[in-house]
Design a protein around this ligand. Structure first.
Ligand SMILES: Nc1ncnc2c1ncn2[C@@H]1O[C@H](COP(=O)(O)OP(=O)(O)O)[C@@H](O)[C@H]1O
Ligand SMILES: [Mg+2]
Length: 235
């Protein structure tokens, strides 16, 4: 459903991504592993249209989206959970979630739309905290809110940028359980960017490792051991 063919991108004259080709199939959970500065965030921003593609082609659901605006990609079914979560601290949990609806339906149409029930089913904590300001939530609660907000637009593909970063272990387990359910019950495909190798390995079907902006390894998580790629990720 998502295909990148020899994608290149950069900042000014410096190339950050080189010749990146990858594929995520319908309902598949694929992880993109790589150390700090490897180009993971730039890659996701390029896929959602927040960063321009300098070379190559991005295809989603059979359409060439290489030059498409970010809101159009969101409407076509790409959900995005940015690194650092991107919660609006002065808005309540419910207001943050409604912004997710607007991403899909546009401001006007989104107003009457209802938040999907599965959001509070997946993240019961958000129902309890729905009137609390986003900035007052813990890191783990904010991460759950960021994932829920992306799901409010009913995406068919979810891009997650280091959802475990700075999160305590018990909440990492909750997030792991939620991602499994999102995949199995909602049949949403995912591209999970991570530095936390064991976490990503335990839930992904396939992996890629990105090193200095290029794909350095790829495979099936059941056929390879996490140890076999650890050296590509250590600093
Ligand atoms: N806004 C920017 N301007 C210039 N260079 C940037 C910018 N953002 C990131 N970079 C550079 O691009 C490279 C990849 O960064 P990034 O995509 O954030 O990596 P990762 O998410 O894997 O840590 C790094 O060398 C970083 O310094
Ligand atoms: Mg990053």
């Amino acid at each position: 459903m998502l295909t990148l063919e020899q994608v290149g991108a950069g900042y000014g004259l410096s190339r950050v991504l080189n010749d990146v080709s990858l594929r995520v199939g319908p309902g598949e959970l694929v992880t993109m592993l790589g150390r700090n500065g490897a180009g993971k965030t730039t890659l996701l921003r390029t896929i959602v249209g927040l960063h321009p593609v300098a070379a190559g082609k991005v295809t989603f659901a059979g359409n060439d989206v290489t030059g498409m605006m970010p809101h159009a990609r969101a409407r076509s079914g790409i959900g995005y959970v940015p690194q650092g979560r991107g919660i609006f601290p002065h808005l309540t949990v419910r207001e943050n979630l409604r912004l997710g609806l607007a991403a899909r339906f546009g401001r006007g149409e989104g107003r009457g739309a209802k938040l999907p029930d599965y959001i509070f089913d997946l993240f019961p904590v958000l129902a309890r905290l729905s009137e609390r300001k986003g900035g007052l939530l813990s890191g783990g609660e904010q991460q759950q809110l960021a994932i829920a907000r992306a799901l409010a637009s009913k995406p068919t593909l979810l891009l997650l940028d280091e959802p475990t970063e700075g999160i305590q272990p018990s909440i990492v387990q909750d997030i792991q359980a939620a991602l499994k359910r999102i995949r199995c019950e909602l049949n949403v495909a995912m591209l999970l960017v991570e530095q936390y190798l064991d976490f990503a390995w335990s839930i992904a079907d396939r992996f890629y490792v990105i090193q200095r902006g290029s794909i350095a390894a790829a495979g099936d998580t059941r056929e390879c051991s996490a140890d076999s790629v650890a050296h590509l990720m250590s600093v």
